[in-house]
Ligand binder design. Structure first.
Ligand code: FES
Length: 161
């Protein structure tokens, strides 16, 4: 007791009050951080970043006439024939396996179920329901072969060199 007769709060009581005040402030801070984190995720665009479908397949002079060049990383063939240059997808139209150019046979072959295609992508044999699609192909100002893997074009649209 002090001189006025009031009971002096003991030190234990004060430290308990301070403890609960700090606990309350800490909880409030934690809830604020959680809410802001959730709000940030909610406001951020939910976008899946994919590589560009447009491929620079190198200078056109690198392709000799009567050649089929595989670009496996991009899943395309660049074919140069006397009529011109064009590109095909390497993805089989049956169940999506990766085909391969067989120079000794002069065909494109699918290892999964045996489909065969000509160098123009026309189906020769096997279960594939369609030919290999031709892809939009053009030359850049630097004479690089550009291929848009997302756009099919009707077959036999050669890019004349
Ligand atoms: S995936 Fe090519 S033949 Fe089946």
């Amino acid at each position: 007791m002090d001189q006025s007769g009031k009971q002096k709060p003991d030190e234990q009581e004060i430290s308990r009050r301070v403890f609960f005040a700090k606990l309350g402030i800490g909880s409030l801070g934690l809830a604020t951080v959680g809410t802001l984190s959730f709000a940030y995720q909610y406001m951020s665009p939910n976008v899946l970043y994919e590589p560009s479908p447009i491929v620079n397949a190198g200078n056109v002079d690198e392709y000799s006439v009567n050649s089929v060049t595989m670009h496996a990383a991009e899943a395309i063939y660049v074919v140069r024939l006397p009529e011109g240059i064009f590109s095909l997808t390497m993805i089989c139209t049956h169940l999506g396996c990766m085909t391969a150019w067989k120079p000794e046979l002069g065909i494109i072959a699918c290892p999964c179920h045996g489909s065969r295609f000509s160098e123009e992508g026309q189906k020769l044999a096997g279960p594939a329901p369609r030919p290999l699609p031709w892809l939009r192909t053009w030359l850049s100002d630097d004479r690089d072969v550009m291929v848009d893997r997302s756009t099919d074009v009707p077959p036999f649209q050669f890019l004349r060199i």
